[in-house]
Every structure is written in C-alpha cells, then in structure tokens.
Design a binder for this molecule. Structure first.
Ligand code: APR
Length: 244
C-alpha cells in the first residue's frame, strides 16, 4: 500500500491540475450513512418515495422524514481526516477543486474554498412560496416545516426527477475535462451525471486514482482499497516528504 500512496503523492504533486470527485463514502467516518453500502440509507428508505420531487410536491413530509434530523443537527457533524487532507492539499496549491455529490457541507466546513456541490446542500432551505432562506440548523419545527408566510420549506438539494444546478454541473464538467489527475473518493460511481465525470477526465488523459473500500470505477489507473480517512492523510504525508 505504501508504494501506492507514494505513487499517488508523486502524481498529485508532479502533474498539478488535481481535482477530487467525492461521494458518501468520504463522510462515512463522520458518522453519516452512505446510500448503497450495507446499512445504507436506501435500504431503509425507498428513494423513489423519500427522495423524489414528484412525491415531494404531493407529500413533502417524506423527504423531511429522511433529512429533517440531519438539518436540525447540522452543527453536530464534523469533517474527518479525509476532508481535512483535501483542505490541506488545496491550501498547498495541489488541489484545484472538489466536486462533491454530498449534501452534508463537510468539505466547506473543512475549509475547502473551491467546492462544487452538484447535488446542492442541506445547509440552505428555502420557502417555495416567498423564497425566504433558512440556514441549518435554524429551521421551524414540523415535518414538513412551514415558513411564516405559510409556504412549505424545501432544502436546496437535488431530488430524483430534478435537474442538477446548471452552473455547478458546467463547472464540474469543465474541471473534469481539464484536470491532469482525478482523486475519485468514496463513490459507487452509479449515479448520473456525476458518474460520467471520471470518463470526461479519462478522455483528457487524466490519471484516475480511486480510493474506496471496494472497487467501484472499472477504468481507474490506480485503486487504493482503503478507508478515505486513512488513505488521504497517508498520501498527504508522502507529498509533504516529497516537497521537503
Ligand atoms: N472510505 C472510502 N470509501 C467508502 C467508505 C470509506 N470509509 N465507506 C464506504 N465507502 C464507499 C462504498 O464502498 C461505496 O462505493 O463509498 C461508496 C458509497 O456509495 P453510495 O452509497 O452509492 O454513495 P454515492 O456514490 O455518493 O451516491 C451517489 O446517489 O443516491 C444518490 O444523491 C445520492 O449523491 C448520491 C448519489
């Protein structure tokens, strides 16, 4: 494993232009369940019911049953060593951006500045009637909660059946198709259009380094079978040695 960390460190520090694409696996060590791993959210909640915009329009209590608790305890969730390592890489000028499918806000909490949240974030919630903004964890009680104007509240996240935010998706495609190295961390690479981004990077001859506890992306150049909270700090340690 050491040699893989060293090779990853050489690529990231040597080639510049590194972009990270992250999924729920990077937040697993912060106590946030993933979606498809054993004991994942989709085992307990059918996404076609609890994460669909069509259902939200008829019965918003479903999505709020899924996400209300996280939003009301938003400040109790903290970045782990994997998030921290990516923030350090950005500060060192070795990581250009983080494209994330996660809506937990932990990359920004870790200090990353250039974060592209392609599925939105649970940090902000809006009234669908008067557009008033609410910032987690300060939202009215109730499942669903209502605004003082009587409108129902919806978190600023992308539900199934909704378009991804145009600006975020275009930036993510730009970053993917112009990076030299892509760190693919903790994603099952099944959800589109996020799962198309590593292919964009490959088309640009980028080197893909996958970090996951199980192999998910078949076209990775390097596969590091390890928890993100162990692998990323190790890679950072090798980079610091290289730059000494
Ligand atoms: N370190 C690294 N990888 C991990 C860890 C860990 N500690 N724990 C789990 N993983 C890996 C799993 O092996 C799996 O490949 O993280 C991945 C999580 O996959 P999913 O649960 O499918 O999450 P994700 O890829 O982010 O899902 C994408 O699908 O349901 C939608 O909107 C939802 O953003 C989500 C999207």
């Amino acid at each position: 494993m050491e040699s893989l960390y060293e090779e990853a460190a050489r690529l990231i520090s040597g080639k510049k232009g590194c972009v990270a694409l992250t999924g729920a696996g990077i937040s697993a060590e912060s106590g946030i369940p993933t979606f498809r791993s054993r004991g994942g959210l989709w085992e307990k909640y059918d996404p076609a019911v609890y994460a669909s915009i069509e259902v939200f329009r008829k019965d918003p209590s479903k999505y709020w049953t899924l996400r209300g608790d996280f939003i009301r305890h938003y400040d109790d969730y903290h970045p782990n060593r994997a998030h921290q390592a990516l923030a350090d890489l950005e500060k060192m000028g070795l990581l250009r951006s983080v494209i994330t499918q996660n809506i937990d806000g932990l990359h920004k909490k870790a200090g990353n500045k250039n974060v592209i949240e392609i599925h939105g974030s649970l940090r902000e919630t809006y009234c669908l009637k008067c557009k008033r903004e609410y910032i987690a964890p300060d939202i009215p009680e109730g499942t669903p909660p209502y605004c003082s104007c009587g409108g129902v509240l919806k978190p600023d996240t992308v539900l199934y059946g909704e378009q991804l935010p145009f600006e975020a998706l275009s930036r993510a495609q730009e970053e993917s198709s112009s990076c030299k190295t892509m760190l693919l961390v903790g994603t099952s690479s099944v959800t589109m259009p996020a799962a198309s981004l590593p292919f964009l990077a490959k088309e640009n001859n980028a080197v893909i380094i996958e970090i996951n506890i199980e192999k998910a992306f078949r076209n990775a150049d390097y596969f590091i079978k390890e928890k993100a909270g162990i692998a990323l700090p190790e890679i950072l340690r090798f980079i610091k040695d290289l730059l000494l």
